[in-house]
Design a protein around this ligand. Structure first.
Ligand code: PUT
Length: 275
């Protein structure tokens, strides 16, 4: 019998994948978690019925969450990842020689546990000596740590369930305070086709707090609409003023020194959401 899964990306539109096997399907303390093997994209993590990551296209999201900020900050020694229990962003963060410590704060320990088991190519760096993994509430961590991080990356789910507070203005204010004086933050901000209002709201909130704010995009086939955005807020360093000849070539598949500034060139309808 063939088994197919559909993520309803809106009440009237979805993405469908053929499932080869289901490893896990359970309700954690925070959300519905499923780990499945798909025919087209390999192993896939789903939270509350939404695709979080797949082995085939994960590199786009994880590289683009990490490298634009880390190559904008001149000396990112201490980095925080909020969410991101699959470990993909951490894997990219510690590729940067300047990073002395990378802290992951994930609210749901089950995401970490199952990612280590079923997504080892993504989660495989979570036990590195310069990585600290905390199973805790990222919002509280931000509030309790002032003036501590050079870069903060918010790798949340969509703004529902446990991630909803991570899209509030108060959270961005907390991030500003948790950053050192020239800190940079990046948050995943969903897609412009179905979540235009969210991109506009986050942009407005972040602009009220950070002097330098830019949105950039990338293509992720298993995420709603395939066109994904990140919003970067910076206290001092501008990602568009980086000398790309000084960005080192890295072990990446999507991000490159050439792409660094190009990613900030948005289709006009997306650019209009950031004005
Ligand atoms: N944390 C990744 C974003 C999820 C998109 N479905």
């Amino acid at each position: 019998m063939e088994l197919w899964f559909t993520e309803k990306q809106t009440p009237a539109f979805g993405i469908t994948a053929k499932i080869k096997q289901t490893y896990v399907s359970e309700k954690t303390d925070f959300q519905d978690l499923a780990m499945v093997e798909t025919e087209e994209f390999g192993n896939m993590l789903l939270l509350d019925g939404m695709v979080m990551t797949t082995v085939k296209d994960e590199f786009v999201y994880h590289e683009m969450a990490a490298h634009p900020a880390l190559n904008t900050h001149p000396n990112p020694k201490k980095v925080l990842v909020v969410g991101g229990g699959d470990g993909g962003v951490i894997r990219e963060v510690i590729k940067h020689a300047a990073v002395e410590k990378a802290v992951l704060v994930e609210i749901d320990g089950k995401v970490i546990e199952y990612s280590k088991k079923y997504l080892p190519e993504i989660a495989g760096k979570l036990d590195e000596p310069n990585v600290e993994v905390l199973v805790n509430d990222g919002y509280m961590h931000i509030i309790e740590h002032k003036n501590e991080y050079d870069v903060i990356i918010v790798d949340s789910t969509e703004p529902v369930g446990p991630a909803a507070p991570l899209f509030e203005r108060g959270f961005y204010q907390g991030i500003y305070e948790a950053l050192r004086e020239d800190g940079i933050f990046v948050a995943q901000t969903d897609n412009p086709w179905f979540k235009a209002d969210l991109i506009q709201k986050v942009n407005k909130d972040v602009k009220e707090i950070f002097p330098i704010v830019h949105v950039y995009g990338c293509n992720i086939p298993t995420y709603p609409s395939g066109l994904w955005t990140f919003t970067m807020g910076s206290k001092k360093h501008n990602p568009l003023e980086v000398d790309e000849t000084q960005i080192p070539e890295m072990d990446t598949k999507y991000y490159s020194p050439r792409l660094h500034k190009a990613a900030f060139v948005l289709p006009k309808f997306v650019e209009d959401l950031t004005k």
